[in-house]
Design a protein around this ligand. Structure first.
Ligand SMILES: *[C@@H]1O[C@H](CO)[C@@H](O)[C@H](O)[C@H]1NC(C)=O
Ligand SMILES: *[C@@H]1O[C@H](CO)[C@@H](O)[C@H](O)[C@H]1NC(C)=O
Ligand SMILES: CC(=O)N[C@H]1CO[C@H](CO)[C@@H](O)[C@@H]1O
Length: 377
């Protein structure tokens, strides 16, 4: 509280906001399960999945001076199907994940967002984002309960309770489910984390793949807007922000090379809602294709966040150890943000194009938070 009073005093007069977390997704811990049910479960570290490549994390921290990594993992690997979602972990998978988190946070001194990459579903990741039972769906006898989800978060938070550099991401991209159930699951996660005594920043998603442009709109098959519910979250420490994803192509999917959806107009309603509800947000997934137009759209998005003080950080999609020449988003030939890789055409990947042209110039190096418990300011 002392910190936030000081921060509001210092920045009360500033017209511009302050981005304090800037970074990249590290995707790989969820790889290897797409196909038929059970494929890649539990999977083998270094073969089916991996979390980070330490040498490229070094590049991001030492050269790019970012302070934030979003590290994906799969709940079906952390909590094996045999024992179900909850407080019983696969200790091998946990320790492989913990090694990556400790490298980022302790060795490199950056913040790490723990990202269960599960679309708020559990038990069958084989056709993500569409397979698996919706957590807390009482009409589905195979579904994990909201109480199990709370137990899972309580256990994970317990294991990182003393690591100030960790941020808890409740879940990746809920979609096509009742929005009030997302509220209940989010609240259960917050209760589990705070119940474990963990004070760190929490990021809570909404419906519709947590898309910023759709925050105040119905999504899926008429599911209520996220804006109707997510202002009801209660965090006894007031250290929860909204987790937003925003791609800039025609259908906001991140699957096209052309950017046509401008951030400022598409995020305006979300920004107003955040202001009205005294909430902050981070955009933990965005990207653009390898072309001048997208460089401009991505720059515009980053500048929009920097000029609106409800946004405190961002992470681009995506780097990671297993992308190889594959594309992480935004057009077939874009490649990934992993330093030192080529795209499918044998040309430098998005780290040398999108990152270099649009993202690197917008990293607010001097403003980034470098120590202390992850928090809203
Ligand atoms: C635990 O996960 C590791 C991979 O991280 C895997 O090799 C092992 O088979 C898993 N064990 C169980 C019991 O699922
Ligand atoms: C959280 O915010 C509420 C409402 O503004 C306030 O009453 C409460 O004291 C705050 N709690 C903490 C721990 O800052
Ligand atoms: C880990 C993560 O952030 N995953 C999302 C990032 O972006 C891709 C799109 O390229 C999504 O498929 C993932 O859900």
């Amino acid at each position: 509280m002392v910190l936030s009073c000081l921060a509001s005093f210092l920045f009360a007069a500033a017209a511009w906001g302050k981005i304090i977390y800037a970074g990249v997704n590290e995707s790989g811990g969820e790889f290897g399960v797409f196909g038929s049910p059970g494929q890649g479960l539990p999977g083998t570290f270094g073969v089916d999945f991996a979390f980070i490549d330490q040498s490229t994390v070094d590049v991001f921290v030492d050269q790019e001076q970012i302070n934030f990594f979003r590290v994906t993992f799969l709940m079906e690997r952390m909590c094996p199907l045999a024992t179900g979602l909850g407080a019983t972990f696969n200790e091998t998978y946990f320790s492989e994940f913990e090694d990556a988190i400790n490298y980022i946070t302790e060795t490199k001194g950056a913040y790490a967002l723990l990202d269960p990459h599960n679309y708020m579903r559990y038990n069958d990741p084989s056709q993500q984002p569409n397979s698996g039972s919706i957590i807390g769906d009482t009409s589905d006898p195979n579904a994990a309960t909201t109480a199990q989800f709370q137990a899972f978060w309580g256990e994970l938070a317990t294991r990182f309770v003393d690591n100030p550099m960790v941020v808890f991401g409740i879940n990746n991209e809920p979609h096509d489910m009742a929005t009030d159930l997302i509220l209940q699951n989010n609240q259960a996660a917050i209760d589990g984390i705070r119940g474990a005594g963990a004070p760190q920043l929490i990021l809570a998603p909404g419906n519709g793949f947590t898309g910023g442009h759709a925050w105040t709109q119905t999504t899926g098959n008429g599911d209520a807007p996220s804006s109707d519910f997510m202002n009801m979250l209660v965090d006894p420490l007031n250290n929860t922000a909204i987790d937003i994803h925003e791609y800039l192509d025609e259908d906001f999917s991140g699957s096209h090379a052309e950017c046509t959806q401008p951030a400022a107009s598409n995020l305006a309603a979300l920004t107003t809602w955040l202001q009205q509800n005294n909430l902050k947000a981070m955009i933990t997934e965005f990207g653009g294709g390898n072309n001048e137009n997208c460089f401009q759209f991505v720059s515009d998005l980053l500048e929009y966040m920097a000029s609106n003080d409800v946004y405190i950080g961002w992470a681009a999609w995506a780097a990671g150890p297993f992308w190889g020449t594959n594309t992480a988003c935004c057009g077939a030939d874009t490649g990934s943000l992993e330093p030192g890789q080529n795209n499918d055409l044998g040309q430098p990947d998005a780290f040398s194009t999108v990152w270099a042209n649009a993202i690197r110039p917008n990293i607010p190096v001097a403003d980034l938070k470098r120590s202390g418990v992850s928090s809203l300011s």
